[in-house]
Design a protein around this ligand. Structure first.
Ligand code: AMP
Length: 404
């Protein structure tokens, strides 16, 4: 029987972005203290935590000191070095553990794990150097996507290959100049993946407790723009067999990887109805933000419960909801119109992450709309975001018209 880390204890978070912020809000609501560790200051998570420590992730001595000051550690993005997780684990439970990080922070290891577990993925080839590309492209066909093995997210570190002739340039763009890194026969530095003709993108957020109990939220339907999540509709409202299969796969991933914590599985639903896993995130996920407003237990409360060794909460949705991300682009030329957005419907909720600099593509916050059905929630949240970002968009249109 695992010891419970009781409310009043301090939970440590490696990473300090919006996922850490929402974790800290959920933890503090349950009476925990929260300490965050990241290289930055005045961070989204640090602003709402009890304690914010700034330090590099590779300073293992500081990580050990941090670990000694908390009762358990979790993380909010998967690119924390495994060594940091291992160093912390000498003193306190790290959930999920370094072994889960090791698999999920590298696309090659992740694909190998999924394939070996019999979980369907898009056809892919491991790429150790530019010399591997012609044969891989011949096997997979074009169009294809070349993705770096490590440190990719939101479409970073990936490039689409339309024709075999583009392969060398694609390799140079993603990895570096041809031949400089990754000679044939060396460790893979990238994966080449077939471009999937998908009908929808889905995700399932699940959690596994220290007792092995698994709780999964219903599948969510996601739309991306420029490789970044744009809108999520919860639940996905697709065929029951697809919904069940996505949950079954997520459960299998959580159990096979022995995850203690929260993990999200991202899927493609192909035009002919097959589910393929795109990637895993061993933490709460952007698509799961809706659960803050429409689930019995949010994904962040679920993370608190799993990390603390408490029983998991009910993942059922109380109503349908949709979420629209707010990127820094919405701040182009000035302050978004908050009042106009919230005036579109009283069922719209605003979440902001406390980031001072609204850069294009940067996730600044999100809107959620609640409704009886997903389609209505989606309509409401899109209308709210249109109203919010209209000033910037109108100014851009006026500038474009003036230039024409
Ligand atoms: P990723 O960083 O792998 O999650 O990719 C970000 C987004 O790019 C995905 O959510 C898809 O919209 C798109 N994408 C990635 N891989 C593929 C693929 N093999 N086929 C089609 N679209 C893809």
């Amino acid at each position: 029987m695992t010891r419970i880390i009781a409310p009043g204890s301090t939970l440590g978070v490696l990473g300090s972005g919006q996922l850490g912020r929402m974790f800290a809000i959920a933890a503090r609501r349950m009476g925990y203290r929260v300490a965050v560790y990241s290289p930055e200051d005045d961070t989204p998570a640090g602003q709402v935590a009890d304690l914010e420590i700034s330090g590099p992730y590779d300073d293992l001595d500081r990580i050990r000191v941090f670990a000694k000051s908390v009762q358990a550690i979790t993380f909010e993005f998967e690119n924390v070095p495994v060594e940091a997780a291992m160093a912390a684990a000498q003193f306190v439970p790290v959930r999920p553990d370094g072994a889960v990080l090791h698999v999920t922070q590298n696309r090659v290891r992740e694909k190998r794990f999924l394939s070996q577990a019999g979980i369907p993925v898009a056809p892919f080839r491991e790429i150790a150097g530019a010399a591997d590309l012609p044969a891989a492209l011949a096997a997979i066909g074009t169009p294809a996507i070349l993705k770096t093995a490590g440190f990719g997210y939101d479409g970073k570190g990936q490039v689409r290959i339309e024709r075999a002739d583009d392969a060398a340039a694609a390799f140079a763009a993603v990895i570096g100049p041809t031949g400089v890194r990754g000679a044939a026969g060396a460790a893979p530095v990238a994966v080449l993946e077939k471009l999937v003709d998908f009908r929808h993108e889905l995700s399932v957020v699940g959690a596994r407790g220290t007792d092995g109990h698994v709780a999964c939220y219903p599948p969510l339907r996601n739309e991306h723009r420029r490789h970044i999540l744009d809108v999520t509709v919860a639940p996905a409202e697709l065929e029951a067999t697809v919904m069940q299969q996505a949950v079954d796969i997520t459960r299998a991933v959580l159990e096979t990887l022995h995850v203690v914590g929260v993990l999200c599985v991202e899927f493609f639903l192909t035009a002919d109805g097959a589910l393929l896993v795109n990637e895993l995130a061993p933490r709460p996920h952007n698509s799961g933000h809706v659960t803050f407003d429409n689930a019995v237990t949010s994904q962040f409360e679920q993370q608190v419960r799993a990390v603390s060794g408490l029983p998991l909460g009910d993942p059922r949705l109380l109503c349908a909801a949709a979420m629209a991300n707010l990127l820094g682009d919405c701040w182009d030329d000035g302050e978004p119109d908050w009042a106009a957005a919230l005036a579109t419907s009283p069922a719209v909720k605003l979440h902001l992450y406390g980031k001072a600099q609204p850069r294009p593509g940067r996730k600044m916050g999100h809107l959620t709309a609640l409704a009886r059905e997903g389609a209505e929630a989606e309509r409401l949240v899109r209308a709210a975001r249109d109203a919010l970002c209209a000033p910037a968009r109108d100014r851009r249109a006026r500038v474009a018209r003036a230039r024409a």
